[in-house]
Every structure is written in structure tokens, then in C-alpha cells.
Design a protein around this ligand. Structure first.
Ligand code: GLN
Ligand code: ZN
Length: 761
């Protein structure tokens, strides 16, 4: 009989209950007990949702982050929080957010501390708190969280399978603050893991899921050895271990996985279906093989017939040894499709969120255990949905496919090289040395937000809404003229989100109401759903930009979001390669670029904030991604004449490894984040001579601090050591929409003054 289980459930709640509870606790409006009770209630509800499974995950719930939970379980608290006098949960939030729950509590003795660093969880949009290590780090078990939650699960009568982050992945994800060798800590870490397993066994636990997703990445030999050492030590314990890998293929680590002395292995059979047979062949007899057959990262219904076609023979071969599950934790998908009342009916019928994915799993289990006939109705309903999507004219637009087929290299090429374009652009724009500009957005004021919500609620009509937005645009333009900036922006008042704004106007996109996915802590994102071939029925930004240009004699920069960023921040199609979806987006935005140019706009910025995020987990696959991502940008941007200046913006600072591809985009000007790293990131430009213009950000927009004129001059001088000064721009790190005008005006005043000082020298 096939065993059915789950690797993890979204904890934020179908209505984002956890988010709201956390935020009201942090504001001091709710008590700690109330927050804890809500946590227990969510766990209970989620186990209820999963009660038909043979095993439910326990320990996947976290108030902030599962990796931070693991740090507390292992007693690995950063030194700076160790002598906190208050409650443990508050201390946990101090590591996560840099302060205790209520800032007044313990303010004098042990209030604010530096927050833990946060980074992306593999190639997802989830961010975890990076464990901190030093040469003298020691570990000490605190199993209380898991023990308590196991007791809750027991009381509820579900069969619990605790989930923990495995020791090698835990070390790999952390950072040695003193640059010591993290791996040296393994021998200190393993006894604590062994204790933990013993403690769990004493709670009546049979199986523990031990997550080692780092196995889908390239591992140095010493890290492969760490796996052998770790699991040789842990295998002697009293529980059975299910070693869980996900997010990709094992490739050269497959033999390593097969030789580890664990009782079962979970493989992501969405991304690594081609490895199923090899893994089964290599695993010693008797081992459990858990296959992730439902996509835990996407929101489409599974083709259940298609899965059964390949899974039935595997089930026959494995018998009791086969377990099935989603490919990874369901943390990365929204909770319940049934909450959606406004979603287009066709699109809705093609989707499955977490609860619906569990239903699919159960149908598969019935079909495997009792034959497809026993699941006849569910299978035929699924078949109808899959076929409807496959053949829908809403999905397929022959004209768009034909346009993608016709793409050639020429489409992405500027008429002339930068050296020829640059003088033509300066003749037209007549900019001073060290020209100043901003990244696009100005503060999203209370008036803007109010008008938007009134408009959405129907209390404000389209004309009224447009008037409010135009007034905001005018305000931004007037402020920028008064500040003396050189290239102005309209301020993006009309945009709530840089992807959603475009998605709403493109054909092939749908929007959910409750399709929230946790991004970090209490923060969630609601990725738009790219379901069909992309086309642009009407111009999307031209009217706003034209209006802004009409208010000033200075150049007005047109602002667009690039195809790669739109793609990377959406749920995307699983029926065609990402590259094809990206090319479709590129063609649509290219039309917008050309329309802006025709409307007399001579500077156009195409933001690619998320280009780096799309890099595959394995370096070996980077180039292929970069090739189509860069080509998509080039198609979008490069149809303009020489005189039109193309800008792009990226809000991160690690460039070293992709600088060549960034140069290949051939934007005339690139603006990047640099102020926080003190221009360190410009190291990338030491070894690679970036050929075009650069605006290294000089104002950290994430901080309320106002940079001084001197500081900005210093930063720019550092930049001028690496980049010829005639190719430097002066601008903030990123958009200003989260700041107040009261901060923006003095900061930009200093920025403009700094540019003048630089020009004078
Ligand atoms: N143009 C956008 C803005 O200024 C860019 C935002 C971003 O890079 N994330 O808001
Ligand atoms: Zn940015």
C-alpha cells in the first residue's frame, strides 16, 4: 500500500491570520498569549486539513521562519541576544527583526539589537534568517517547540512526522561571521541532532523528515563527506529518517544520497522525474522511496492521468516502499482556491492551491491502491480540466506564437554601438556632468492610497481617480524641478505594484484575491498568474508619461518593468518553457517602449529588479538562463533609435558573477544599489570594464537616514576610481515609494548639491 504524506503546509493562514496576529502583537495591541493561541489554532486547523494523510508534518509551523526555529532548537543564538532578560519568543523576534515585541519592554537593559541577515531560500521567493556561526560556536538542544507541538498533534489524533532542517543544509545555509570554517562545527552539531532524535523517539515518533535540499546544488567534496559523516552518526538513532531533497535534481549527488544509511529518501519528481529510476536502482532493498509527484511550487492542477501512467509501474515495483507527497513543502503556494470568488471561471478551473493539491494526492493514492476505477469520477473531472486548459483559446494565441517564432538576433540589436549613440544622446538631452535622476517612484502618500481604495470600491470614478493621480504627478514634477534634478520621473503614483500594474493590462494574466504566499516573516506576496499567451491590447503607460512630460522642459524618463522581472515575480505556465513566456512578455513591452518613443519620450527605463533572482540553483545552468533573460531584455529595449537613451535598474549589489551578461544587455545607463556596501560592489568593475554609463546608488532608500552631501561626494569619488567620471550618474539606490516626502526632499537636496560639487572639481 502506498503511503501518502506532506512535507509542509503554508502557515500564514488562508486569510493571512498569522500575519495580522504577528503585526498586532508587534504593535503591542495583542498579548503574547493571544499570539500563541492563534499559532496553536492554525496548527490545529492545518492538521485537520491534512488528517486523511498517513503522516502530517509537525514543526513546519513557525512564527517567523523555520530556519530560525531550527537555530533556537539547536541553541545557536547570536551572541548579541544571549543575555536577554525577557520571554524566549520575544528574543526570537529580536533575532528576526532587531527588536523585541514591544519596544518599551527591556528598552533600557536589552532592547534593540541588529537583526539577523535574511536571504533567499534556494530559488524561491521565501527568505530565511541566516544562522550565524563563529569558530567557538557551541550548540545546546532545546526541543521544547517540537515536543509541545507533537503533544498537540497527538491530542488531535493525527499521525505526526516531525520536520527538521538537516545538519549539513543547516551549516551550508549559515554564515561564519569570523570567516572560520563552518564545517569544523559539524562534530559539535551532530551530538545535538542525535539528542534531538532521541527526544523525538521518546515522544513516540516513528519517522522524522530531515530536509537536506542542499543536495540539489553543486557540493564541494568536503561537503559531500560531511553528508557521509553526518548520516553515519545519525543512522544509529532510534527513529527512522526520511531524507528529503527538493527543488531540483540530484545529478552527481545521486550516488551519495543512495549510499547514506537513512531509511527513506524523498525526491522531487517534478524536477527530477528522470532520476526516479536511477535512484530506485541504487537504493539498497527495503528503503522507502518518497516521490514528490504534485508540484509544490506552482498553482496548476496536476495531470493525474499523466502521473499515474508513469507512477503505476513504479508502485508495482516498490509496493509498500512507495510514499507519495508534493514535490516540496506547500509553503510556496496559496492555501485555498475556494476562497477565490472573483477569479475568472476558466482560469480557476485549471488551478490547485495547497488544499486542492492535497486532494489530488488523495485521488492518486486511491487510484494506486484500488485501481483507477475507484477514483473514476475525480479522474475524469481532472481530465476535463486539463484538456480544457490545453485547448483553450484563452491560453493559445496563434499570432503571439508566430511572433515569438519569428524572433531573430536582429530584433535585440541597437542600430549602432554605444560609442555612436552616446554623443547623439548628449546632443539631444544636453545633460551636465554627473547628471542626477531618481529610480522612478516617489512617496506613495496617504492621498494616493486613499484614492486607489476608493476607486477599487467604486466610490471614486475613473475621471476622479485620474485627476488625483495627475495631481500627484504634477506635485512630483514640481518638486523635482525645484530640487534641480536633471532627468525627471513621473513618480509612479498610479502603480500599486511594479508587476501587477503591467499584468493587469496584459492579456494572458489573471489575479487572485487571496493567493498570498509568505515572503518573509509576516510579509506576503500575491504573485499574478501568467496563464496564457501574452499580448498588449493597449498602451499601458504612455498617457501618464506624456502628461508628465507636458509639465516640464526637462527630459521625462518613461518607466517600465522588464520582462524577466515580470516573469520571475509571477506564477508562470508549466506548459511551455520559461524562456518562451519571457519572450512573449518581451515582445509586448517592446511595443510599449516604441510607443513611448513615438510619443516623444527620449529616456526610457526598463527595470530588471529581479533578473538575478532567476538564476538557477546550479551554476552549470546559469548561462542558459542568462542567455534568454538578456536576449529578452534586448528585444524589449533595443528597437529604439540611437538618440533614445535606455536605462535599466537593478536593486542588488552582487554583480561580479554576472557582469558580462549585464553588459550584454547594452542599456545606455544602468542604475544599481551600492550605498549600503560603501561602493564595495564596484569591485566587479575592477576586472571587467563596463562599457556604458552607471549610476551607483548613493542614497540608501531602505533607511530613514538622510545622507549628507559630503557622504555622497565621498561615495562618488570612490566610484570615479573605477569608472571614468564622464560615464557616472548620481541617483538613489532604488525607488522612493516607501519613504516620506519629508525625508526625500532633504536627501535629494543633498544629492543634487553633491553633484554640483563634483562638477565643480
Ligand atoms: N521603478 C521602480 C521604483 O522606483 C523600481 C523598483 C525596484 O527596483 N524594486 O519603485
Ligand atoms: Zn530597486
Amino acid at each position: 500500500m502506498t503511503t501518502v504524506h506532506n512535507l509542509g503546509f503554508p502557515r500564514i493562514g488562508a486569510k493571512r491570520e498569522l500575519k495580522f496576529a504577528l503585526e498586532s502583537y508587534w504593535k503591542g495591541e495583542a498579548s503574547r498569549d493571544q499570539l500563541k493561541a492563534l499559532g496553536a489554532q492554525l496548527r490545529q486547523r492545518h492538521w485537520q486539513n491534512q488528517q486523511d494523510l498517513d503522516f502530517v508534518p509537525v514543526g513546519d509551523f513557525a512564527f517567523y521562519d523555520q530556519v530560525l526555529d531550527m537555530s533556537f532548537t539547536l541553541g545557536n543564538l547570536p551572541e548579541r541576544v544571549r543575555d536577554f532578560h525577557g520571554d524566549a519568543l520575544d528574543n526570537y523576534f529580536r533575532v528576526a527583526r532587531g527588536r523585541s515585541a514591544q519596544s518599551t519592554e527591556h528598552a533600557a537593559c536589552c532592547g534593540g539589537v541588529a537583526a539577523g541577515e535574511m536571504t533567499k531560500w534556494f530559488d524561491t521567493n521565501y527568505h530565511y534568517i541566516v544562522p550565524e556561526f563563529a569558530a567557538d560556536t557551541t550548540f545546546k538542544l532545546d526541543a521544547s517547540r517540537l515536543v509541545e507541538q507533537l503533544a498537540e498533534a497527538r491530542a488531535q489524533g493525527v499521525r505526526a512526522k516531525p520536520v527538521i532542517v538537516g545538519p549539513v543544509t543547516y551549516l551550508a545555509l549559515g554564515k561564519a561571521k569570523d570567516d572560520s570554517d563552518k564545517l569544523a562545527l559539524l562534530s559539535r552539531l551532530l551530538p545535538v541532532y542525535a539528542d534531538l532524535l532521541t527526544t523525538l523517539a521518546a515522544q513516540g515518533v516513528e519517522w522524522v523528515q530531515i530536509d537536506e535540499p542542499v543536495l540539489v546544488t553543486e557540493l564541494a567534496p568536503e561537503w559531500q563527506d560531511a553528508f557521509r559523516t553526518a548520516y553515519a552518526a545519525l543512522a544509529r538513532g532510534p527513529v527512522k529518517l526520511l531524507l528529503a531533497t527538493y527543488f531540483g535534481q540530484l545529478q552527481e549527488n545521486l550516488s551519495l544520497v543512495a549510499e547514506l544509511p537513512v531509511q527513506g529518501v524523498h525526491l522531487d519528481a517534478i524536477n527530477a522525474r528522470q532520476e526516479v529510476a536511477a535512484l530506485i536502482a541504487k537504493l539498497p532493498a527495503g528503503r522507502v522511496v518518497s516521490l514528490g509527484v504534485i508540484n509544490g511550487r506552482n498553482i496548476w492542477k496536476t495531470d493525474l492521468d499523466g502521473v499515474l501512467d508513469w507512477l503505476e509501474p513504479v508502485a508495482k515495483q516498490l509496493g509498500e516502499r512507495l510514499w507519495i507527497a508534493p514535490s516540496c513543502s506547500l509553503l510556496h503556494v496559496p492555501v485555498d482556491l475556494n476562497s477565490e470568488q472573483k477569479l475568472d471561471a476558466d482560469v480557476k478551473s485549471w488551478l490547485a492551491f495547497a488544499l486542492q493539491k492535497l486532494d489530488e494526492l488523495k485521488v492518486l493514492a486511491v487510484a494506486l491502491r484500488q485501481g483507477r476505477d475507484a477514483a473514476k469520477d475525480a479522474l475524469s473531472a481532472n481530465r476535463a480540466a486539463i484538456e480544457a486548459r490545453r485547448n483553450s483559446p484563452r491560453v493559445h494565441n496563434p499570432a503571439v506564437k508566430a511572433a515569438v517564432d519569428k524572433i531573430t538576433r536582429v530584433l535585440g540589436e541597437r542600430q549602432n554601438a554605444y560609442g555612436v549613440r552616446a554623443p547623439k544622446q548628449s546632443a539631444l538631452l544636453k545633460l551636465p556632468a554627473f547628471p542626477t535622476t531618481t529610480i522612478g517612484s516617489f512617496p506613495q502618500t496617504a492621498e494616493i492610497r486613499h484614492a486607489r481604495s476608493q476607486f477599487k470600491a467604486g466610490a471614486l470614478d475613473a475621471t476622479g481617480y485620474k485627476q488625483v493621480m495627475q495631481a500627484e504627478i504634477e506635485r512630483s514634477v514640481r518638486e523635482q524641478e525645484a530640487l534641480g534634478l536633471d532627468v525627471l520621473v513621473h513618480g509612479e503614483a498610479e502603480r500599486n505594484d511594479m508587476v501587477e500594474y503591467f499584468g493587469e493590462q496584459l492579456q494572458g494574466y489573471a489575479f487572485s484575491q487571496f493567493g498570498w504566499v509568505q515572503s518573509y516573516g509576516s510579509r506576503c506576496v500575491k504573485p499574478p498568474i501568467l496563464f496564457g499567451d501574452i499580448s498588449r491590447p493597449n498602451a499601458m503607460t504612455v498617457e501618464w508619461i506624456q502628461y508628465a512630460q507636458s509639465l516640464t522642459a526637462k527630459p521625462m524618463k518613461g518607466m517600465l518593468t522588464g520582462p524577466v522581472t515580470i516573469l520571475n515575480w509571477s506564477f508562470v505556465r508549466d506548459d511551455q518553457p520559461r524562456s518562451v513566456s519571457c519572450y512573449q512578455l518581451a515582445l509586448a513591452i517592446r511595443e510599449e517602449v516604441l510607443d513611448l518613443e513615438r510619443a516623444g519620450i527620449s529616456v526610457i527605463q526598463i527595470d530588471e529588479a529581479a533578473l538575478r533572482e532567476g538564476l538557477p540553483l546550479r551554476r552549470a545552468q546559469w548561462q542558459e538562463y542568462l542567455d534568454w533573460a538578456v536576449e529578452s531584455f534586448r528585444i524589449t529595449a533595443n528597437g529604439v533609435r540611437d538618440e533614445t537613451q535606455i536605462h535599466t535598474h537593478m536593486c542588488y549589489s552582487e554583480f561580479n558573477d554576472i557582469i558580462k551578461s549585464i553588459a550584454d544587455m547594452d542599456a545606455d545607463v544602468i542604475t544599481i544599489e551600492t550605498s549600503r556596501s560603501d561602493m564595495e560592489l564596484l569591485d566587479a568593475f575592477d576586472n571587467f570594464k563596463y562599457p556604458n554609463e552607471i549610476g551607483p546608488g548613493v542614497y540608501d532608500i531602505h533607511s530613514p537616514n538622510i545622507p549628507t552631501q559630503d557622504h555622497i561626494v565621498q561615495l562618488m569619488r570612490k566610484a570615479a576610481e573605477r569608472i571614468p567620471q564622464e560615464r557616472l550618474w548620481v541617483n538613489p539606490d532604488c525607488g522612493l515609494k516607501t519613504r516620506q516626502w519629508a525625508e526625500v526632499i532633504p536627501a535629494l537636496t543633498n544629492m543634487v548639491a553633491a553633484a554640483k560639487t563634483l562638477r565643480g572639481q
